[in-house]
Write a new protein. Sequence first.
Length: 395
Amino acid sequence: MRLPDAWIVAAVAGCLGVAVGGGVSVLEAASRPWRAGDVQPAVAAAKGPSPAAEAPETTYAFGTVSIGGRGGHDFVIRNAGDAPLELTKGATSCSCTVSDFEESEGGSSRAKVVPPGESTKLKVEWRGKAEGPFRQHAGVLTNDPRRPQISFEVVGVVVPGTSKVIPPVIALPKLSTGTGSQATATVFTFGEAPPTVTSITATDERTAEFYSLATAALSPADLAAEKGATGGVLVTADIRPGMPIGPVRQTVRLVLAIPEETVVEIPIEGAVTGDLALAGQAWDSSHETLQLGTVSSRKGLRTSLFLTAKGPHRSAVRLSVREKVPESLQVVVDEGTPVGSGNVIRFHLSLSIPPGSEPSNHNCTTQAPAGRIVLDTGHPDSPTLTIPVCVAVAP
């Protein structure tokens, strides 16, 4: 049998390939869903009335919002077609919500019908959750075949609050009674306008006289270091010599108008040392406090504390108790004794809380402030010494 000519076979195969490929293409085009933004030839050629959704603004930049703060914006949707435009709420991101459509005839909590030539407002609300850049969206579905979905977007920056302090706590180096120091903190604000300083004070009146406080507006270069900041001030605290020996616990209270009144508190912590020093099993040198813990009023407590005096005025030191809190705390001071060659004099303080003492709480917390032992020393540079005491007497 004679085989078909090779050129005839090739021609027939080519025709079959074109026919099959064309059929697959038609089937794919008929079955693939049209995406938003695609131009649908069938729709473009359709006759009769049709809605046309227009949104002049789809992105809104709100600037800044504080963590937990809320914002809102009205987007306008217009029907430029010649048939009613039907709107339905679509998907939203986790920090963004779409409130009810503008109330008018044809509206509901989830849907809205906009007649030809008219417009409606869609309110999008958001809440700041985490510090940093913010970009959220909300969608609206329409019956406009050319624009089946409109996506609205809100962008901005979530900031810590109305203000942010760097560092949040000023940690002083160890000071001596004869030296001073200077410390600074930067306060960034996130209001609508730069802040105005209303007042600045040191809240602890017992040592406020040793502090000289000042503020200065931050430069644009300084503001650029904190994203979203709209203003700020540099707080400077000059600490004069003569601070009493012991822990430094002061708070700078800064009142700002941005334009609403905002109070910023900056703790200052440290310690002042000198010719007098404390030691003992219950003495916490890192926090400069006497840690007695929780004491049972049935058993009571006994412990010791030692004070050493050095320097040229050591022989002038004479200890006496001026004040003690709680009242149940008993303090007995022994006479000083020279140590070694006599360059140091040591004083023994016997501390006790007798059984049957009244319950009290001075556990060095915000709700239970520290107790204290105030000593008159006779030292010309440190005439008084305040010892913070953390103690709670339980029933």
